[in-house]
Design a binder for this molecule. Sequence first.
Ligand code: GLA
Length: 394
Amino acid sequence: MTLKELTAHIAAEFQKHYGRAPRWIVAAPGRVNVIGEHTDYNDGFVLPMAIERYAIMAADAPLPGSVSAQSKINIFDAHFDETATIDISAPVTKGTPKWSNYIRGVLCGFQNRGVKIPALDVAFMSTVPLGGGLSSSAALEVCTATLIEAATGKAIDPIEKALLAQKAEHDFAGVPCGIMDQFISALGREGHLLLLDCRTRKTELVPMSDPSVALLVINTNVKHELSGGEYAERRAQCEEAAAKLGVKSLRDVTAEQLEQGKGKLSELVFRRARHVIGEIERTVHAAEGIRQSNWPTVGQFMYASHAALRDDYEVSCAELDAVVEIAEDIGYQGGIYGCRMTGGGFGGCCVALVKASAVDSISKTIAAEYKKKTGIDATIFSSRPASGATILKS
Ligand code: GLA
């Protein structure tokens, strides 16, 4: 569904459920990270883009005199046909259903800023695959924040909005994530990747509009779960490496310095650090390659990124590796420049940089070979870099 179709669809769902037209419609995209994985919480660089898959909300103030008129937000999930009701007359806390916690966390963030949350009737849906490593949760958080901006008529600085959404993920979903996902969902720009320096939070839009290339997202359909402890463990290992090397974060360490300090680290922690330090460098070089439309070089950095995530950082899985192997077999001759796992790992998606003219044939081959290797049906789509969170109706 295009954003236009999705907008019409959620408006119709709102109308059906609440019996009137919505006053506001807002959307926030998911993302695919082209390169720079597990670098954000190490003060490094990331290079994501917003994808044409969105969390979208249609809303209106409740009807006067209704039970919700003063103190409640009702959120009707149009896809799963389930409603969450959140009491906003008191500080918002964790609650049920589970998915409402992403929304609750954001509402709490606004309350902490002294914002009086308005009562609302909301219809919600998302075309970002759940648990696919494409930041469905960040999209939901940023979408919620955008709705509050629309309904209060007060925009907040997009960087503060991203940080507020990240805090919701930390405190209400229990994932100690970095800042990448919420930043790209809030700040993405059509036709551009976002090079983000996670230390200074300085952003640079890198144009990606060469019609001869496309980015393919290949969902292994193996669900990933970042609250399972592996993510937090990787983060702790990076912090340990930085502490033992006597620096604030791994951003401060070069490959040579890591070699010199090898004796201070366990073999495992050394490998974790080697991935991060290499990946920060690869990301900067890949951004340069994209600026110059040097696609074969960008592709090589993507393959190298995958190898390090698989061997040193150990966040890949058999299905992600299978996709990358298939891509390598298709190779440059078949129209693939590079391929890697994207997002937190342990399942979810791969991203491939391909010749636009070969998108269909590559998609067919990957789907067939992946099914042969794993018995699973992959979901494959290509996306142009989309725009970040938007108010579509106000
Ligand atoms: C998840 C987190 C991000 C980032 C990636 C790995 O998506 O939410 O902050 O750490 O994993 O690059």
